[in-house]
Design a binder for this molecule. Structure first.
Ligand code: SAH
Length: 252
């Protein structure tokens, strides 16, 4: 059995209780070494075999899983944040399907949640933005043209950019040419939930300089959109005294 487990975005105690238990019980752990907190590995049981996937290919990762399965062992495959976001899990699952090896998934706290927490931010402010676009600049992995930042910019919604901290001049140009005002607020959150977490509030026009000045090149999320200002929103209907819900009658 293989368990894909979200390690959370940094602080060890942001993993789920289920994720921690799976680590404690695993015979084999394969972890994404580039971004994961090594503290999580201190929970492994004695004799647990540990592999750092940062140094491995997909084929090598799969070979470790297959060997463990042949020996009747339980494997935990740890991914940073939540495995469903830029986690490259599907390609592993397809190989497991082919080999008829069972697996399941345990979610994790994505860095997009960690970054919102760092800013005490609500992404979906009533009257401002009710949608969040999760995207990235093209890097070695291309982004389909129909998903260009420029095209998403037309919606003026909250946008969270992964894997893009080194490409902010280009990102800003695309966002502005797509329709955002250059003064639209933006936030850069570096290493959300780690001890050296830092965050900066700037604008789309200044975000590239802000990242350069503060030497943020990687392990950062960029959040853009009017919601970053956290002002000018309408209060919620859910907690409005004049609005009845299934749990509470209207009081005025
Ligand atoms: N599955 C992960 C994302 C993996 S892609 C998740 O759910 O968070 C790797 C990118 O995630 C990095 O380039 C960076 O943009 C972002 N990232 C990961 N950890 C981060 C953190 N602690 N703070 C800010 N950004 C982070």
């Amino acid at each position: 059995m293989i368990h894909f487990v979200g390690a959370g975005c940094g602080a060890a105690d942001l993993i789920t209780l289920r994720g921690k238990k799976l680590i404690e019980e695993a015979d084999v752990i394969i972890y994404a070494g580039s971004l994961m907190n090594p503290e999580l590995l201190s929970w492994k049981k004695e004799g647990c075999e540990v592999h750092n996937s940062a140094k491995m290919t997909l084929e090598e990762v799969f070979a470790v899983m297959q060997k463990a399965e042949d020996l009747g062992k339980t494997t935990v495959r740890l991914h940073t944040g939540d495995p469903s976001i830029y986690g490259a899990v599907r390609e592993q699952m397809d190989l497991l399907d082919e080999a008829k090896i069972p697996y399941d998934s345990c979610p994790g706290v994505s860095s997009m949640n960690g970054a919102a927490a760092a800013l005490n931010m609500e992404y979906t402010l009533p009257g401002i933005s009710q949608s969040v676009v999760i995207t990235r600049m093209a890097g070695r992995t291309p982004v389909p043209e129909k998903e260009s930042l420029r095209s998403f910019a037309a919606h003026q919604t909250t946008m969270v950019l992964f894997l893009s901290a080194g490409l902010l001049d280009k990102a800003a140009a695309e966002l502005i040419s797509g329709g955002y005002d250059p003064d639209t607020p933006a936030a850069i959150v570096y290493k959300a939930s780690w001890p050296d977490e830092r965050s900066y509030i700037c604008t789309i026009a200044t975000m590239a300089d802000c990242a350069r000045e503060n030497e943020v090149k990687k392990t950062a999320l960029i959040i853009v959109g009017p919601a970053v200002a956290q002002r000018g929103y309408k209060r919620s209907e859910l907690y409005n005294p004049g609005f009845e819900t299934g749990f509470r009658p209207a009081t005025k």
